[in-house]
Design a protein around this ligand. Sequence first.
Ligand code: AHM
Ligand code: MG
Length: 336
Amino acid sequence: MEIIKTLGEFIIDQQTEYPDASGELTSLFSSIRLAAKILHREINKAGLADIMGSAGEDNVQGEQQQKLDVYANERFKNALAQRGVVCGIASEEEEEFVTFEETKNLDGKYVVLIDPLDGSSNIDVNVSVGTIFSIYRRVSPLGSHVTEEDFLQPGHKQIAAGYVIYGSSTMLVYSTGNGVNGFTYDPTIGVFCLSHPNLKIPADGNIYSVNEGNYIHFPDGVKKYIKYCQEEDTTTNRPYTSRYIGSLVSDFHRNLIKGGIYLYPTSSRYPNGKLRLLYECNPMAYLIEQAGGTAVATTGQRILDIEPTTLHQRCPLFVGSPNMVGKLEEFITEFG
Ligand code: AHM
Ligand code: MG
């Protein structure tokens, strides 16, 4: 029988490879793992909300029922505040960053940026959603209050990033800068098990993922690239397959495993793109590079090198198999 390695065991193994490791990152991951399990439980019964009482109404204990994205935000925030290793978080759900005031947290080395429930509009129709997280070492002195500079760091400074996908199975996929590993949750025993060790994205793929409803508003280079994806050419395996779930984590996860490209360009509706640099683009860019792929905002503009200026800034995103992103960059260079 094959030996199962749990996420907990995997993290401890990794820690022993770094004798100077203090265990703080291990503790941080325990918080994320716990919150992910709770979210898994809640998302799995989301369809029962109408039967059991919908958002905005009191549940049987007399507590206000919250929308799942608000609930997810609170869950992750509470879990991350518990262990004294995180001094503050920034969340797509919150206007301002949150500083954890307790003394033990002021000594925390890390800040976490999080999109607690990405693609949440998919919840109502029982389609996969996810949580995206990004971890940085703080730049402000230990013992002080967290500052905005702690969060406005370029993506290449991330020390870890990952996502949880609540799909047909729940999975946690993450990297600490030493490759990407995926763990599938077994709800019967309550543990994440290593199922996708050392994930590498194929250099080429035949899936393109984009909201084509916005086509008319895309830049010319992107339009031409989409047409290129649709043309017949047996030597390059075209036409490609179009797949778009509308949930970044799910589209990204599929492309990571099968090979493909995900595009969220600028458009007249979203002049800077729709996705958020800090909560969505940076962690996905970190993961894809760790898996051998590419993530750019435009030709030659590596996502991870962008200097952020505001917490919720948006950014175009082209991410996936390196040869596919390279081809797209050629089109943007030629046609803009
Ligand atoms: P959200 O953070 O408000 O959920 O928005 C992000 C989501 C991504 O998951 C997804 O890829 C994208 O928005 C879909 O946008 P669109 O519906 O414009 O195609
Ligand atoms: Mg989001």
